[in-house]
Design a protein around this ligand. Structure first.
Ligand SMILES: NC(=O)c1ccc[n+]([C@@H]2O[C@H](COP(=O)([O-])OP(=O)(O)OC[C@H]3O[C@@H](n4cnc5c(N)ncnc54)[C@H](O)[C@@H]3O)[C@@H](O)[C@H]2O)c1
Ligand SMILES: [Zn+2]
Ligand SMILES: [Zn+2]
Length: 405
């Protein structure tokens, strides 16, 4: 049997590339596998030879020790690859297909999936609706920052690229379809962005940059990106965004006023989540900062897209409330302004086909916007550190050297 290697979470601040089990069309027991999922047959699944798999800010929450992720968890939920084995119940996906794997795992058969809400599939995670590969509390589906991975419910979930050679030419863009491009786009759509909108995006990490590019694609007149890291803001400026450095300029409304002539925007997107920093020099972590800031600067009647992750348990939370995900949110302000909040995982399948076409036609330049940076599997641990240090790069692992060659 072929071997397999993958990026494994060892403990706080520490990931390693290790030999891991070669996948089968069954979910075996292992670190983080929900007991009710052990032995689950996946004849509806396929084995994918991973062509690209990206490191995500969502992985960092686990690696920073901010979750209960167990040691030994194989990481990775952003997977693109070639199908090399198909289960007996797979009808339409074939060996040799080059596919994007949505990071949510979804059965295609439950009430949620039937209404395109694949981010809250009811049948894949015994603990709660919603699941993902290589993630804590998500059922235990093995992650794909590896050479090979098993993907269940293949016919329903996989997005097949129409032309393999053409797809390989754009693979650094197409690899973003598994998560951050749909996630940024969902943030912008949820925030109600339309032609002419003024938009604030909190966070200039890959998700914030993807949201900013998506807002441009949707016709926004001005996109303002806020962060505390200058290198990341420079990346946002490189494709036409205005920026606010919240370390130097803690008063966001004033900064927006200087840019727009009014201290508010039509639409706002939180691409930061629960590890948010307060504004200003030397500010500490303050998990409700972004939620309160976006309520403050969004016009009455506006919509807030919130792809940034919020948790129900955080061992590293700043106080007892934060440790159980209870935050000091000024809901009265949002209520008074009749804001709409859209939270949760992104239903990737709602968007990935359209965004694939936007990439293949040259309309969308997502790899450029997020500074996609190719690395080998062995470079993954160092890249996790660089990313944690604030590098403005979206790291794309090329485990078989198929993209570099
Ligand atoms: N909803 C989904 O399905 C989904 C999918 C992917 C990622 N996410 C989440 O989106 C978030 C962003 O992901 P990422 O990969 O870009 O992560 P990231 O950690 O690279 O980026 C977050 C950025 O926010 C900045 N920041 C911190 N406090 C801030 C503040 N008060 N105002 C503005 N910026 C601030 C940080 O400096 C950092 O650059 C994470 O919480 C991630 O888990 C959600
Ligand atoms: Zn991700
Ligand atoms: Zn389902």
């Amino acid at each position: 049997m072929a071997g397999n290697r993958g990026v494994v979470y060892v403990g706080k601040g520490h990931v390693e590339v290790q030999d891991i089990r070669y996948p089968e069309l069954v979910l075996r027991d292992g670190p983080g596998v929900n007991p009710l999922n052990v032995g689950r047959k996946c004849n509806h699944g396929v084995i994918v030879k991973v062509v690209t798999t990206n490191i995500c800010g969502s992985d960092q929450h686990m690696v920073r020790g901010r979750t209960t992720a167990p040691s030994g968890l194989v990481l990775g939920h952003e997977i693109t690859g070639e199908v090399i084995e198909v289960g007996s119940d797979v009808e339409f996906i074939q060996k040799g297909d080059l596919v994007s794997v949505p990071f949510n795992i979804a059965c295609g058969r439950c009430r949620s999936c039937k209404t395109q809400d694949t981010h809250i599939c009811e049948n894949v995670n015994p603990d709660r609706p919603g699941s993902a590969y290589g993630y804590v509390d998500m059922g235990g589906w093995v992650g794909g920052q590896s050479e090979y991975v098993m993907v269940p419910y293949a016919d329903f979930q996989l997005l097949k690229f129409p032309d393999k050679d053409r797809a390989m030419e754009k693979i650094l863009d197409l690899t973003m379809l598994s998560d951050i491009f749909p996630t940024g786009y969902h943030g912008a759509v949820s925030a109600g962005v339309k032609p002419g909108s003024t938009v604030y995006v909190a966070g200039a990490g890959p998700v914030g940059l993807a949201a900013a590019h998506s807002a441009q694609l949707l016709g926004a007149s001005v996109v303002i990106v806020g962060d505390l890291i200058e290198e990341r803001l420079a990346q946002a400026r490189s494709f036409g965004c205005e920026t606010v450095n919240l370390r130097n300029h803690p008063n966001l409304a004033d900064q927006i006023d200087q840019i727009l002539g009014v201290p508010e925007v039509d639409c706002a997107i939180d691409a930061v989540g629960f590890e948010a920093s307060g504004h200003g020099e030397g500010a500490q972590e303050a998990p409700a900062t972004v939620l309160n800031a976006v309520m403050d600067i969004t016009r009455a009647g506006g919509r807030l897209g919130i792809p940034g992750l919020y948790v129900t348990g955080d061992p590293g939370g700043i106080d007892d409330d934060a440790k159980e995900g209870t935050l000091k949110i000024r809901l009265g302000l949002g209520w008074a302004k009749a804001h709409t909040f859209v939270t949760g995982q992104t239903p990737v399948m709602k968007y990935h086909r359209d965004l694939m076409m936007a990439i293949l036609s040259g309309r969308a330049q997502i790899a450029k916007a997020v500074n996609a940076t190719l690395i080998s599997l062995d470079e993954a641990p160092a890249s996790y550190q660089q990313f944690d240090g604030g590098a403005s790069k979206k790291f794309v692992i090329d485990p078989h050297g198929l993209v570099r060659s």
